[in-house]
Design a protein around this ligand. Structure first.
Ligand code: CTP
Length: 403
């Protein structure tokens, strides 16, 4: 593939040299474009020597009148002649420019004229990363279908610890590899993915629910879309935006989720049950607000239908992936649920700790396979974990198709 590597200003700009080397090793050609601030941190010569190409640094070349004329449309030519745009590191300023369509230098102008896939690896101070404006820009870029390689937690150049450190060059190169190799290897597959919590009403103003944020399920939807799958996302109430291209069915209760899943099962070739479904619901939903006049209140709960097990009984030749949220005996419980619910794979995570699982940005999971094997996916941003789960799922589909 012909790749444009955009390097923007930040201490992590030096890591882009390693990324350029990895992309070249993967067999791609690499054209580096540097912003003015990037050149404060690393010399264009480093990239020119690595890639064997002149690095583009300015929108206009003023070395001669002819050069000025031809450079005035060079951004269009570069956009048309390349297959993939990777921006690493992407500064907060660059994210804002891309999200809003500002075009005031070569990289941002070329980006607007570029039609292929875009991989963006941000890096910045943790407070800047967590700022609502940056997060809104990140969401807008995701909504455009771009692939965000999230920054990792770590010690930052400014001396603080937190999210904002550029993902390792190998991780960014892997994301590029996935786009180049398998851009659409899941085309033709329909993934039915459930996400988020359910809410079981007690009365008109109260409900029973859990701490699920929906982030893991939404990340799975995004990862499946990246590889060309069609995605039906059955989602409980969450505060995040769904990835662009997913067909979203919003539900509230476990019973509504059951209906949505079973009603769409026919269309699905893969079912991933990531949602944290309530196991119990109030036996009676009070029509009026429950008053606090009583000294004590006991609630009678009744079980909900296990949706995963129901799909397991009716799955035909669909691939079924369940989740298991555990506070102990992770592997044993994952394997038990795999067998009892007739799954092809169970993604198990430890919940109740800090930094992973419910509500967290990161996750660490163990995949329980039908063969009895376990695959550990160490702590990483949820989108990275999701891409690896989709990768394993794609391999199972591939193996089945071959046999
Ligand atoms: N699940 C479901 N319907 C339910 C409850 C759970 O489909 N009513 C699914 C979840 O989406 C998940 C899997 O079952 O994929 C495991 O959920 P989990 O809460 O870990 O386990 P449970 O089966 O509820 O068992 P336990 O509470 O004993 O751990």
């Amino acid at each position: 593939m012909r790749i444009v590597l955009g390097v923007t200003g930040g201490i992590a700009a030096y890591k882009a040299a390693e990324l350029a080397r990895l992309l070249l090793q993967q067999g791609h050609t690499v054209q580096v474009v540097m912003t003015r601030s990037a050149r404060e941190f690393i010399q264009p010569l480093t990239f020119a020597a690595l890639t064997g190409r002149k690095v583009i640094t300015e929108l206009f070349d003023h070395s001669s009148p002819e050069a000025t004329l031809s450079s005035s449309v060079e951004h269009i030519g570069v956009a048309q002649e390349h297959d993939l745009l990777v921006i690493a590191p992407a500064s907060a300023n660059t994210l804002a420019k891309l999200a809003h369509g500002l075009a005031d230098d070569f990289l941002s102008t070329m980006y607007l004229a570029f039609r292929g896939p875009v991989v963006i690896a941000p890096a910045m101070n943790n407070v800047m990363w967590e700022h609502a404006a940056t997060q809104a820009n990140v969401s807008a870029l995701r909504a455009l279908g771009h692939i965000l390689v999230e920054p990792a937690d770590g010690y930052l150049a400014c001396g603080t610890y937190g999210p904002g450190r550029l993902a390792e060059p190998a991780v960014i190169a892997d994301a590029v590899e996935r786009v180049t190799k398998s851009g659409s290897d899941l085309a033709g597959q329909t993934f039915l993915i459930t996400a988020g919590p359910t809410q079981e009403p007690l009365d008109p103003v109260r409900y029973l629910s859990n701490r699920s944020s929906g982030k893991m399920g939404y990340a799975l939807a995004e990862a499946a879309l990246e590889r060309g799958a069609k995605v039906i996302l059955v989602s409980g109430p969450v505060a995040i935006r769904p990835p662009r291209g997913a067909e979203v069915i919003s539900i509230r209760t476990a019973a509504e989720m059951l209906d949505a899943v079973m009603g769409n099962l026919e269309r699905a070739s893969v079912v991933i049950k990531c949602a944290a479904v309530a196991d119990f619901k109030p036996a009676v939903e009070s029509a009026q607000k429950i008053k606090k006049s009583q000294a004590r209140l006991s609630l009678e709960l009744e079980p909900t239908v296990d949706i995963l097990a129901t799909v397991g009984k009716n799955k035909g030749n669909r691939l079924l992936v369940g989740f298991a949220a555990e506070t102990q005996n992770l592997r044993e419980e994952a394997h038990r649920k795999l067998t009892v619910k007739n799954c092809d794979m169970v993604v198990a995570n430890l919940v109740g700790g800090s930094g992973t699982g419910f509500e967290a940005e990161n996750n660490a999971v163990v995949l329980a396979m039908q063969s009895g094997e376990f695959v550990e996916l160490p702590k990483a941003p949820k989108i990275e974990i999701a891409r690896q789960i989709i990768d394993v799922t794609a391999k199972i589909i591939d193996r089945r198709m071959r046999s």
